[in-house]
Design a protein around this ligand. Structure first.
Ligand code: TPP
Ligand code: MG
Length: 638
C-alpha cells in the first residue's frame, strides 16, 4: 500500500510522495539539488493543488553567487528576482504568502554577512505574523581552513557560530548544511514547518559557501513531486460540546475575527455562523475584511485602534469567541478590553498556543472546519434580538462617523482621514490597501471600508517601518489582477523606498500614497500623551527656526523610476488617484497632511509606561493618569 493511500499525516501537514520512482542517483551540487527539490513541492488544500514556491528573491554576494547563484541560473523556470535590500525581500515574500493565504511563498537568498543579518528583521516579521518564508543565506566555509573569510564574525570561544545564528530566534526551523547529504534530512523538515498552519513562519537553511558547490549523488526520489496536504483539523468532540454549552449560556457573546479566519478561507463560514447565532463580529488588524464593513453584525475594528461599538461590546461581553487571533495588546487594549467580571473565552485556533490564551476553552483546529461544525451543532441558538439590534446601531453610527472623518474639509492641509477617504473611494472592491507602521495603521483599521476579504493588508504584528512598499510588491506579485494601494508615512518611506526600483524592473505596478507630515505623527502624538511634547519626532533642522527639512519626495520617487505626482487638496488628490489608475508604471502620490488633525481613539487604552519620576510637570500628570488607567488591566485565569 502506498503512503498516499494511507493518507499519511506524520504531523499537521501530510506528506505524500505521489510520484515516487526510483532511478539512478543525480549527481548535483547542493545548490542544484536544493533548487530541484523546491520546484517539486506542491501544496494541496480542499483538493486544490499548487506549487508552493514561486521563485527566489535575493541579492548575491560572494557567499552565494557561485553556488546557489549558479543553480538558479541553470533553472530559469524557477524565477530569480533581484531586489534592492534583503530585508525588503523577506517582507515581499511574507506579503506574497499572506496574500496567498499561506499556500504559496517565495524563497529569499543573501550572501554570508550583512545580507544575512539584513534578513533578521524581515524574518521576525514573518514569524510574528505566522507567514511562511524560506531564507537561504550563504554561510562561512564549513571547511574553515581559509577563515576568517570576508564578512565572517569571528568569536574566540567557538568556530561553530556565524552571523546566521542571529536568525535562530526569529525562525521556526533553523538548520545549517555542513555536508551535502544533510540536505536529504533537512528539506522535509523545512517543508513540514513551512506548510504547517500551526508552526509556520520564517525557516532558515544556512548554506556554507563551500558546501553549496559540492557535488553529491542524491537519491532520485528526493526530486519526486511531493504534495503537502494542508489539513483542516477538526476540533475535539468533547471540547466542542463544552463550547456549545458555553455559547448557549451566553447572553452577550462577541466574535473576534483574526488573521486565521482569512488564512483558512473561513469568511463565508464565519458569516453563516454569526448570522445564525446573531453574534456581532469585531476584527483585528490581520482579520479586517473577514466580514464586509456594512454587514449588520460588523462592529469593525477592535482594541486600541477600534470602533466605539466593538470596544463597548467587548467591555460588556460575557463570552468572547476568538477566531484565529493571537490576542495582541492592540486587540486586548493591554488587557483592559474585557471588563465583564464573568467573561469567558472560547478560542478557535489551528495553533494550540493561541487556542489556550485567556484560559479559553480551546477548540484547536482549522477555523473553517470548526465554524462549520459549531454552526450545525449550535442549532437554534440566537442572541436576543435587542442585542443584534445594538450591533446594527453601532455599525450605522460608526459609518456616519467614518463619513464625517472622510469629509472634515480641513484647510489648508488635508487630514489623514480625508486622504484615506479619497483612496478608499478610488478603490474597486477587490483592490488592496497595504500598510504597516505609523499613524496610518490605526486610522486605516478604524476607517477603511473593506469589501473583500483580501482587500486590507496590514502588517501589524511587527509593525515594521519599511514593510509597506516591499509588502505591496509581494501583494501585487501574488495577484496582478488587483490594483494595489500602498499607504506609507514619510518616515516609513525614507526607511525603505528602494523596492520602487524592483517594482519598475518587474513591471509590478503599485500606487503609493505617501503622507508627508514631516516626521512621526504617531510617536509624536504618543510622546505628547506621555507628557514629553513630541521630543525627537519631527523632521526639522537642528535649529527648529529653520522649519521642516526640505525633502522632495516626488523627486526622490521619480529618481527611482516611478511616475510621481503631488496633491494638495481633495480635488488634486482625486485627480492624481485617477491618473495613477491609468498608469502602467508604479506611481507615487505625495500629499502633505495636517499632522495635528488626528483620528481620535474610542473607548480604549494602550499600556505605554510613563516615567515614575520626572522634573516635568506634564510627565508627572501623565504618570498619574497612567497609574489610574493601568488598574483596569486584568488577568483572565478561569
Ligand atoms: C523599523 C521601525 N523602527 C521604528 C519603529 C517605531 N515607530 C513606529 S511608527 C514610527 C514613525 C513612523 O513615521 P511615519 O512613517 O512618518 O508615520 P506617521 O507616524 O507620521 O504616521 C516609528 C519611529 C517601527 N515601528 N519600525
Ligand atoms: Mg510621518
Amino acid at each position: 500500500m502506498s503512503s498516499s493511500s494511507l493518507g499519511m499525516n506524520p504531523n499537521s501537514a501530510g506528506m505524500r510522495p505521489n510520484s515516487a520512482r526510483s532511478g539512478a542517483p543525480r549527481r548535483w551540487t547542493v545548490a542544484q539539488a536544493l533548487v530541484a527539490f523546491l520546484k517539486q513541492q506542491v501544496v494541496e488544500r480542499d483538493g486544490q493543488c499548487r506549487p508552493f514556491f514561486a521563485g527566489c528573491l535575493g541579492i548575491f554576494g560572494h557567499g552565494v553567487v557561485a553556488g546557489l547563484g549558479e543553480a538558479l541560473q541553470e533553472n530559469p523556470d524557477f524565477r530569480y528576482y533581484l531586489v534592492r535590500n534583503e530585508q525588503a525581500a523577506v517582507h515581499t515574500a511574507a506579503a506574497y504568502a499572506k496574500m496567498n493565504n499561506r499556500l504559496c511563498t517565495l524563497v529569499c537568498t543573501s550572501s554570508i554577512g550583512p545580507g544575512a543579518t539584513n534578513m533578521v528583521t524581515g524574518a521576525a516579521g514573518a514569524t510574528i505574523n505566522r507567514l511562511p518564508v524560506l531564507l537561504l543565506p550563504g554561510d562561512i566555509f564549513s571547511r574553515r581552513n581559509v577563515a576568517p573569510v570576508l564578512q565572517q564574525l569571528e568569536l574566540p570561544y567557538s568556530q561553530d557560530v556565524s552571523v546566521n545564528d542571529c536568525l535562530k530566534p526569529v525562525s521556526r526551523y533553523w538548520d545549517r548544511i555542513n555536508r551535502p547529504e544533510q540536505l536529504i534530512t533537512a528539506l522535509p523538515e523545512v517543508m513540514r514547518v513551512l506548510t504547517s498552519p500551526a508552526d509556520t513562519g520564517a525557516v532558515t537553511l544556512a548554506l556554507p559557501q563551500d558546501v553549496q558547490t559540492l557535488a553529491y549523488d542524491y537519491p532520485d526520489e528526493l526530486f519526486a513531486r511531493r504534495v503537502w496536504i494542508i489539513p483542516r483539523a477538526r476540533p475535539d468532540v468533547q471540547l466542542l460540546h463544552k463550547a456549545i454549552a458555553r455559547i448557549r449560556a451566553s447572553r452577550a457573546p462577541l466574535i473576534i475575527a483574526g488573521g486565521g479566519v482569512l488564512y483558512s478561507e473561513a469568511t463565508t463560514a464565519l458569516r453563516t455562523f454569526a448570522e445564525q447565532a446573531g453574534i456581532p463580529v469585531a476584527e483585528t488588524q490581520a482579520g479586517k475584511g473577514a466580514l464586509a464593513y456594512d454587514h449588520p453584525l460588523a462592529l469593525g475594528a477592535i482594541g486600541v485602534t477600534g470602533t466605539p461599538g466593538a470596544n463597548i461590546m467587548a467591555r460588556d461581553a460575557d463570552l468572547v469567541i476568538g477566531i484565529g487571533t493571537r490576542y495582541s495588546d492592540f486587540t486586548t487594549a493591554s488587557q483592559t478590553a474585557f471588563q465583564n467580571p464573568d467573561v469567558r473565552f472560547v478560542n478557535i485556533n489551528v495553533c494550540e498556543f493561541d487556542a489556550f490564551k485567556h484560559a479559553a476553552l480551546p477548540l484547536t483546529g482549522d477555523a473553517r472546519a470548526v465554524l462549520e461544525e459549531l454552526t450545525v451543532a449550535l442549532g437554534g441558538y440566537h442572541t436576543d434580538p435587542d442585542y443584534t439590534w445594538r450591533a446594527l446601531r453601532y455599525n450605522r453610527e460608526w459609518d456616519a462617523e467614518v463619513t464625517r472623518l472622510y469629509n472634515l474639509g480641513r484647510q489648508p492641509l488635508l487630514s489623514q482621514g480625508e486622504v484615506i477617504g479619497a483612496v478608499n473611494a478610488a478603490c474597486q472592491p477587490r483592490d488592496v490597501v497595504v500598510c504597516a507602521a505609523g499613524s496610518l495603521p490605526g486610522d486605516l483599521h478604524k476607517l477603511w471600508r473593506t469589501r473583500d476579504p483580501k482587500g486590507y493588508h496590514l502588517e501589524y504584528g511587527y509593525s515594521c517601518m519599511g514593510y509597506e512598499i516591499a509588502g505591496g510588491l509581494g501583494v501585487k506579485m501574488a495577484d496582478p489582477s488587483r490594483e494595489v494601494y500602498v499607504m506609507v508615512g514619510d518616515g516609513s518611506y525614507l526607511m525603505m523606498p528602494s523596492e520602487i526600483v524592483t517594482s519598475v524592473q518587474e513591471g509590478t505596478k503599485l500606487t503609493i500614497v505617501l503622507i508627508d507630515n514631516h516626521g512621526f505623527a504617531s510617536i509624536g502624538g504618543l510622546s505628547r500623551s506621555v507628557g514629553s511634547a513630541g521630543f525627537g519626532t519631527r523632521y526639522e533642522f537642528r535649529d527648529p527656526e529653520q522649519g521642516p527639512l526640505p525633502v522632495d519626495y516626488a523627486a526622490n520617487a521619480r529618481s527611482l523610476g516611478a511616475h510621481a505626482l503631488r496633491a494638495h487638496d481633495l480635488e488634486s488628490l482625486r485627480a492624481a488617484l485617477g491618473e495613477a489608475r491609468g498608469q502602467a508604471r508604479t506611481t507615487v502620490i505625495v500629499v502633505e497632511t495636517d499632522r495635528e488633525e488626528r483620528v481620535p481613539g474610542y473607548e480604549s487604552w494602550w499600556d505605554v509606561p510613563v516615567s515614575e519620576v520626572s522634573s516635568q510637570e506634564s510627565v508627572q500628570r501623565a504618570r498619574a493618569e497612567y497609574e489610574k488607567a493601568q488598574r483596569r488591566e486584568r488577568y483572565h485565569l478561569i
